[in-house]
Design a protein around this ligand. Structure first.
Ligand SMILES: *Cc1c(COP(=O)(O)O)cnc(C)c1O
Length: 484
């Protein structure tokens, strides 16, 4: 069920938008011939497309969420001051109300918080156990001389699953890691809400309480990444019986009270552009505080503009609204369940970040060196104008010997920026994915023509290994006539 409060006479159950659109941006849907040209011009890499050529931008949810009227209004009354700005005070109050943490350090975005935390706490050869890494998290821990140790449950990577909390930490693995590495070599345990790279999957409060117990037994602290916390709270309320009648705020406080330090990117939670670190522990706060003026800016802006600070304060408070946080996971579930019901390979259960198509199952005739997730992303753009993000072998850089490193999973992520798309647009994408599934044998592989050594997925250029894009276009024209 999507919306128990709204019943339709048809009996159909749809996630009804609980907001209206008051500022709009015109979209372009180019004819398929021009989409193919745009894809070739972008080197078959969706990062290199121009936004004007994109119909549905499902690349990421970072900094692309819709802002509310209240956020825009707050930006107009921002208090511009280098030091002691009222805007900062309003943000610190919002942080306390939302996360129940009294001490707050502003930073310009999520990875800047990771930079500060890693520089202060991660020693050389330190090991940080966590449910799952995020790209920037891992990079900052390694930059500080440490390593990341993932202690997720074995079933977290299963594509087809009914597991409600794939983001949980495996407690036995955590204990073993502490025994093996020694608690003195572990600066902290990290938990990521709505684990990004495994499909926006949540952890449970029950699991977090067990992690807290292990942390206390070993004198370790917990650092909680709340960048995607809204959706994690949504899943806790829906799936963890103890919290079914609790408010978003009660769930959020229960979670945050179990952590020593939390940090976030409010490009995601908060629908603004900024970030921060919060704690109730003065000693920890003081250890981090002095790095803020060095790397970010004075303590009352931390690299953010006062307008963004105001938008973040309002956006975080709006994150306590059930209608707000349920919108995105319900739209995602609508698409994931529809595709799954038609036998189209997609990660289940639906997570909180986007719909993840399993390119290995979608294009079984390709092998990982044909870059199936990249090929699927290019094909979907050509047939629909929607762009997703490759999360497969292209996203892995080559090893020291110059060999490709096949990824464990080949995914095409279709992100859902919060409150941006309407249901008819989602249905349009569903329809085009279905058509592509029926014509999947026409999709061939890709190969690099220009390949950066580091993070090649951002700027690398590829080409089709045959004339499959032209054949795909011809079939589209044969089936759809002159449709866009
Ligand atoms: C996006 C993200 C970050 C990094 O935040 P930026 O604002 O992009 O620097 C860190 N952790 C998680 C879970 C994220 O999703």
């Amino acid at each position: 069920m999507f919306n128990e409060a709204i019943k339709l006479t048809s009996g159909e159950n749809v996630p009804v938008e609980m907001h209206k659109v008051r500022i709009v941006q015109k979209l372009n849907l180019l004819p398929i011939e021009e989409r193919l040209k745009a894809m070739e011009g972008a080197g078959f890499n969706t990062f290199l497309l121009q936004n004007r050529d994109v119909f549905m931008d499902m690349l990421t949810d970072s900094g692309t969420n819709a802002m509310s009227d209240q956020q825009l209004a707050a930006m107009m009354v921002a208090d511009d001051a280098y030091a002691g700005s009222e805007s900062f005070n309003r943000l610190a109050e919002a942080i306390e109300e939302v996360f129940n943490k009294k001490l707050f350090l502003p930073v310009h975005q999520g990875r800047a918080a990771e930079h500060i935390i890693s520089q202060v706490f991660v020693q050389k050869d330190g090991v940080v156990p966590m449910n799952f890494h995020f790209t920037t998290t891992k990079a900052h821990i390694e930059y500080a001389g440490g390593t990341v140790l993932e202690v997720f449950n074995d079933d977290a990577l299963e594509i087809k699953s009914k597991k409600p909390f794939k983001g949980n930490i495996d407690i036995d693995k955590l204990k073993a890691a502490i025994r093996q590495h020694g608690k003195e070599n572990i600066p902290y345990i990290r938990l990521e809400a709505g684990t990004n790279l495994i499909g926006g999957q949540p952890f449970s409060i029950e699991n977090m309480r067990e992690v807290r117990k292990v942390a206390d037994e070993n004198g370790l602290m917990i650092v909680l990444d709340v960048s995607l916390v809204g959706e994690n709270v949504y899943f806790i309320k829906m799936r963890e019986p103890e919290f079914k009648d609790k408010s978003v705020k009660e769930i959020l406080h229960t979670m945050c009270d179990l952590a020593d330090i939390l940090y976030l990117s409010s490009r995601k939670f908060g629908c603004a552009r900024g970030g921060g670190i919060a704690t109730n522990n003065r000693e920890l706060f003081l250890k981090m505080r002095d790095l803020i003026p060095l790397f970010e800016g004075f303590l009352t802006y931390g690299g953010m503009s006062v307008r963004e600070i105001e938008a973040m304060a309002v956006g975080l408070r709006e994150g306590l609204d059930w209608d707000m946080i349920k919108h995105s996971p319900e739209f995602i579930r609508y698409l994931v369940d529809s595709l799954d019901a038609q036998g189209i390979p997609v990660i289940t259960p639906a997570g909180g970040l986007g719909c993840h198509l399993d390119a290995t199952g979608f294009l079984p005739h390709l092998n990982s060196l044909d870059y199936p997730a990249g090929a699927l992303g290019a094909a979907l753009y050509i047939v629909s104008g929607a762009r997703g993000m490759e999360r497969g072998t292209i996203s892995m850089d080559r090893d020291a010997n110059g060999n490709d490193v096949p990824s464990e999973v080949e995914l095409l992520r279709l992100a859902f920026p919060r409150r941006v798309f309407t249901l008819s647009q989602v249905k349009y994408v569903e329809d085009r994915i279905k058509w592509l599934w029926e014509n999947r044998n026409l999709v061939g592989g890709l190969r690099f023509v220009e390949e950066p050594k580091v993070l090649r997925f951002f700027l690398g250029r590829l080409e089709a290994t045959s004339d499959w894009p032209q054949k795909l276009m011809a079939k589209f024209r044969a089936d759809f006539g002159d449709s866009l």
